[in-house]
Design a protein around this ligand. Structure first.
Ligand SMILES: *[C@@H]1O[C@H](CO)[C@@H](O)[C@H](O)[C@H]1NC(C)=O
Ligand SMILES: *[C@@H]1O[C@H](CO)[C@@H](O)[C@H](O)[C@H]1NC(C)=O
Ligand SMILES: *[C@@H]1O[C@H](CO)[C@@H](O)[C@H](O)[C@H]1NC(C)=O
Length: 444
């Protein structure tokens, strides 16, 4: 009995690592997307299980680490001898991991709905060693709540330590606890990585509050000067305003900027309004795109009458988005583009500093929207389009027939990352694919 149990335990702890090669020539899109702005795209891996967060490590021939939601982490390595494609191996088996992934040299971070874990990681062998330690704990929103906890490394700078920035969403479509920062939900916090986090990890609410009133800020990215975090927010379904059903186009999804230095406004400059205030898309009843409207009086029984349209519109109370996206686009990741010095196989170098955002796609809109990747032009570190524009971005890749998306016959972009050649890699969770976007002659 004892003997067979320990053999079992050993077998679970040391899974056999099987590296699998997928030749590039064998791969095609399950559902071919349309391509715009002169880009090409090709699948580099398929048959994954819900691939979400992706990131390259620092090995000389970098490995692409991928979170498979509900399974763990795999490493994909290009150009291994004998494989004309990418070689895959599982490196962490943990069914609780679902999206978040970061790498800081020899440390690998990943998240469940409740915890952020860290492993000691060797990029040259793409292996972890030992058990993970908990860095942050106490983030669960319960079984029905938004479950992803996106991770973003803020590198050490001068006397400032490195931080791990973590985003946590709401329990529900409307989560009325979120106008109180102490609930810990609908917000972004950061945690110093040195000195070492306490045993058992930081309690969530002990992290520094960077922003709150964000329904679900799934995508977060630092700007090049590391003074601001940009976040893309997935906003609410089934919204009403002044008794009218306005949900098909409202509220906007948001591109927000979060200042790392606190500003002198009553809410520290970092309250974004959810669930009291929402952002308008289009021009309903005199509101422009980007204007704030109140949801308080639409709730059964009425809400807080002080937080009316005028209160929501006052920038001393609520931060406005830098840019709006079509309601229900479901933005899940954002990455900024820095072209490499050799641009022969890179995306258009004129897109330097532009943001790329994955749109997972809608279910609560007719006709559907999203199901692609967009480019958001930036000029001098801010979106080129004014904040009241609803044309501040354009698709580079999108499913060609959105009417098929409800039946699952479309790409569903989730995680994004750039490679060293200036090409964008994209995970599509429901189709189990990773594809690469670059110039048509730079995809091999
Ligand atoms: C209503 O909102 C105002 C403005 O944020 C706040 O000062 C007040 O405490 C809120 N009232 C209640 C009952 O929560
Ligand atoms: C906006 O809010 C601030 C702070 O509460 C207040 O001082 C100011 O009068 C408000 N502005 C308007 C136009 O209501
Ligand atoms: C995004 O919003 C959609 C509705 O538009 C919702 O069904 C989905 O759960 C949200 N996903 C995330 C990750 O917030």
């Amino acid at each position: 009995m004892w003997w067979s149990l320990s053999v079992l335990a050993l077998a679970t702890l040391t899974p056999r690592v099987i590296a699998q090669c997928q030749p590039l020539s064998s791969l095609t899109f399950q559902y071919q997307p349309s391509l715009f702005d002169g880009v090409g795209a090709r699948v580099i891996q398929n048959r994954l299980t819900k691939p979400r967060g992706i990131k390259f490590d620092s090995a000389p021939n970098p490995n692409l680490l991928v979170v498979q939601a509900g399974q763990g982490i795999v490493a994909l390595t290009p150009n291994v001898a004998g494989c004309a494609g990418w070689t895959k191996k599982a490196i962490v088996s943990n069914a609780a991991l679902n999206h978040g992934l970061e790498i800081n040299g020899n440390t690998l971070y990943a998240s469940s709905d409740d915890q952020v874990y860290a492993w000691s990681y060797n990029p040259s062998t793409a292996t972890v060693s030992g058990n993970p330690v908990t860095i942050v704990r106490g983030m669960s929103n319960g079984a029905a709540g938004h479950a992803t906890r996106t991770l973003l490394l803020q590198p050490a700078s001068g006397s400032e330590p490195a931080y791990l920035i973590v985003s946590r969403g709401s329990t529900d479509n409307y989560d009325f606890g979120c106008s109180d920062a102490n609930t810990g939900r609908c917000q972004i916090r950061r945690f110093p990585l040195s000195p070492a986090p306490p045993n058992g990890g930081y309690a969530w609410n002990s992290g520094e509050l960077l922003a709150w009133g964000l329904r679900n800020a799934v995508g977060i990215a630092l700007d090049s000067k590391v003074t601001r975090v940009w976040e893309v927010e997935n906003s609410s379904d089934n919204i009403r305003w002044k008794g009218q059903d306005v949900h098909n186009d409202n509220p906007s999804e948001e591109l927000n900027v979060v200042y790392l230095a606190k500003r002198g406004t009553p809410n520290g400059g970092n309250y974004f309004g959810y669930p009291s205030c929402f952002t308008s898309w289009g021009y309903m009843n005199g509101l422009q795109t980007g204007d704030q409207f109140s949801f308080e009086m639409e709730q059964g029984g009425g809400g807080n009458a002080t937080r009316n349209d005028a209160w929501c519109s006052n920038v001393s109370n609520v931060m406005r988005p830098s840019l709006s996206f079509q309601g229900h686009s479901a933005p899940l990741d954002i990455k900024f583009y820095t072209p490499p010095s050799d641009t022969t196989s890179a995306l258009n170098p004129q897109w330097s500093g532009h943001a790329f955002v994955s749109f997972h796609g809608s279910w609560n809109r007719q006709p559907p929207t999203g199901y692609g990747v967009v480019r958001v032009p930036f000029t001098n570190g801010v979106p080129t389009a004014p904040s009241n524009s609803n044309a501040g971005y354009s698709f580079i890749v999108q499913a060609p027939d959105l009417s098929k998306c409800g039946a699952g016959q479309c790409i569903r972009p989730a995680g994004l990352t750039f490679d060293s050649r200036g090409r964008l890699l994209v995970t599509s969770d429901t189709t189990g694919e990773i594809f690469i976007v670059g110039p048509p002659n730079g995809l091999s």
